[in-house]
Design a protein around this ligand. Structure first.
Ligand SMILES: [Zn+2]
Length: 169
């Protein structure tokens, strides 16, 4: 089990992650541990639906994304290595988000409603997919972690003040 880093000013959370170049057993182990940590975060009574490697102190471009959340379809957990955005839609959607690295903090974030992406799987093979709804949102949230960005960066001063006052930031 890995420890989840928290805090809006945590240095690792704010540092862009580097590309994965070795597709080996260590990567597979990391992915497995990240999935376990996401599903059962230590000291938190929530289950994550996404996790990025910097959140567990690993400055690499690795994200875990759960697809089909809030859908009738079976949820599917995917590990994406070196993810890239190919295209985003011009229409946005606005929903409330939270983050395992900012326990208790929630706020509405506007993001592109659809996104076309590519990534490498744990074997190093490139995959491509179009995502929408929560799939797109979760991906974009986790992708942001790889560039040192947190969802609260999209909130206005008033919302930040509210979360700070509530003791969540
Ligand atoms: Zn997050």
């Amino acid at each position: 089990m890995l420890t989840i880093l928290t805090g809006r000013d945590n240095k690792i959370l704010r540092t862009p992650a580097s590309r994965v170049t070795h597709f080996d057993r260590t990567l597979e182990d990391t992915v497995e541990m990240m999935i376990d940590t996401m599903l059962n975060p230590e000291g938190q009574d929530v289950t994550g639906i996404g996790l990025a490697a910097p959140q567990v102190g690993i400055a690499k471009q690795i994200i875990i994304v759960t697809l089909n959340v809030n859908d009738k379809k079976e949820p599917k957990i995917l590990a994406m290595i070196n993810p890239q955005i190919i295209e985003v839609s011009s229409n946005f959607s606005n929903y409330e988000e939270g983050c395992l690295s900012l326990p208790g903090a929630y706020g509405r974030v506007s993001r592109p409603a659809k996104v076309k992406i590519k990534w490498q799987n744990v074997a190093g093979n490139w995959c491509e997919k179009k995502l929408d709804k929560w799939d797109a949102r979760i991906f974009l949230h986790e992708y942001d972690h790889l560039i040192g960005k947190l969802f609260i960066d999209y909130l206005n001063d008033k919302e930040i003040a509210r979360l700070t006052k509530q003791g969540h930031l």
